[in-house]
Ligand binder design. Structure first.
Ligand code: F0G
Length: 465
């Protein structure tokens, strides 16, 4: 039942020859197939995919090829993931590919945040513009493809919401069934509703994300389900394309900094892997610093680095309203530590109030994102204060999820209820200038005109200043 790692035979014209193997990130040993838990049979560390042919490719020819594909209309070329297939594991047949035209996400400038932070070259790569509204889709297209190729009937994940939404969509497209394990009451309704609509068997477990993931690890050893959490190395290969596409959008000039939220730490690992591979291949001349930002209440990586020098995981009991990153025992922490080392990035934490303010500020740019994504702007402000980021440097924030992913958070924030009854209640008054609560009025012209006049008199909101 394990996906085959070699696909030299049966390769179709148009698909590059795949020679990938699985390499342990701990002891470095290389194998042809991954166990169900994607861990090294010798040292127990996580596996990653490696391909001996990647380094022998011509970087200039690749750049031209990838750019040309943007004007083509074959299914693989329309995908912002498979467009970069020379640096991905490819399936035996194009027929196995499960795609929803993921990737190809916009890189926005952030004029208001640029002004308020003083960082002139500040950009947001909005992965919330993917088909199911989060960055998970770029990894899921690859992992679902290999699950389908291997003939799995069931795929499964533990999730704080976005993985489950994405996995169930790709499973549905690929003709597979999906099993979702989510913490009861701790994921947003909109993410949960996606899984339901895409036909997942959705189990709300009375535990947190970490409890769901633990249970899944046991389940995959007992039941014929294929695990699509981010420890699945195929997921990370797909998520690499975020960095490839970003660098292409920047004409292959690396920014000084890339800032990404940290939860289970798959995404930072994938972006870091892509950056290192791009450097090895000569696609870029130097590495950007990749920094990871966590919520204060879910700061396992921050503590792992500060208290254990990155040598052992410091788990935490996670608590944050940014529910997507409410994770206390991140599976890919070792990969993330390596990436921070390789790129010279920082790891920081931000408070609930800082997250809420940053989310409102990104919303005021006309873009919006979910709370977990907003840690990037909050983290940037902190890294600027610390002098780690300099205003004259270029910075890309990775916005991981769409604004519509967590409407409860947004509504509670604007109504002024978000911190009601919490230790932040008093301090949260300073966020009032960022709130735009709805106004309930009688349905008369007078009432609306009066409200309009009052709004005009009270001056522009902070966002228009
Ligand atoms: N941002 C969003 C919107 C997320 O959904 C997640 C993770 C992250 C950031 C953190 O990324 O785990 O790769 O470090 N969500 C997972 C899920 C865990 O189940 O949807 P990470």
């Amino acid at each position: 039942m394990h996906p085959s790692a070699t696909s030299e035979k049966d390769s179709e014209p148009g698909l590059p020859q795949a020679t990938f193997r699985f390499r342990c990130i701990g002891c470095g040993s290389v194998t042809h197939s991954a166990a169900q838990n994607f861990r090294c049979s010798q040292c127990g560390n996580l596996l990653e995919i490696t391909d001996s042919s990647w380094n022998s490719r011509n970087p200039t020819a690749l750049k031209t090829l990838w750019r040309e594909r943007r004007s083509l209309s074959a299914p693989l070329d329309l995908s912002g993931v498979w467009r970069f297939r020379e640096l991905l594991p490819v399936p035996q047949s194009e027929q196995h590919v499960v795609t929803l035209r993921e990737g190809n996400t916009p890189l926005y400038d952030l004029p208001q945040a640029s002004r308020s932070t003083g960082v002139e070259r500040l950009y947001a790569k909005h992965q919330g513009m993917n088909p199911t509204g989060s960055f998970k889709d770029t990894g899921m297209t690859v992992a679902a493809t290999f699950a389908r190729q291997a003939g799995y009937r069931w795929v499964a994940c533990a999730s704080t919401g976005n993985t489950s939404a994405s996995m169930s969509a790709y499973a549905a497209r690929g003709g597979m069934r999906s099993l979702v394990l989510v913490p009861e009451g701790k994921i947003s309704w909109s993410k949960l509703s996606q899984a339901l609509d895409y036909g997942a068997l959705t189990c709300q477990l009375r535990t947190d994300f970490d409890g769901c993931l633990r249970l899944l690890q046991e389940l995959v050893l007992r039941a014929p389900v294929y695990q699509l959490n981010s420890i699945n190395p195929f997921r990370l290969e797909g998520q690499k394309t975020l960095a490839l596409e970003l660098l292409e959008q920047l004409d292959w000039q690396p920014p000084d900094h890339i800032i990404v939220p940290g939860g289970n730490l798959g995404n930072s690992s994938a972006i870091g892997k892509a950056l290192v591979e791009m450097l090895d291949l000569g696609l870029i001349s130097h590495l950007p610093k990749l920094s990871v930002i966590q919520a204060e209440g879910a700061n396992s990586l921050v503590r792992t680095l500060r208290e254990a020098g990155g040598q052992r995981l410091v788990s935490v009991q996670a608590e944050t309203r940014a529910t997507a990153i409410r994770i206390g025992n991140p599976a890919s922490w070792e990969k993330a530590v390596k990436v921070l080392d390789a790129t010279g990035g920082a790891c920081e934490q931000v408070s609930e109030l800082e997250i809420a303010q940053a989310k409102a500020e990104i919303g005021a740019e006309g873009i919006g994102c979910e709370p977990a994504s907003a840690v990037t702007l909050a983290g940037l402000k902190k890294l600027l204060r610390q002098g780690f980021v300099k205003p004259e440097e270029s910075v890309v924030l990775i916005l991981t999820g769409n604004l519509l992913k967590d409407p409860d958070f947004t509504m509670e924030f604007h109504r002024g209820d978000l911190f009601h009854g919490t230790m932040y209640e008093r301090e949260s008054a300073k966020l009032n200038p960022f709130r735009h609560p709805p106004v309930v009025l009688d349905a008369t012209l007078d009432a609306v005109i009066k409200t309009l006049d009052q709004a005009e008199e009270s001056g522009p909101t902070h966002s228009n200043v």
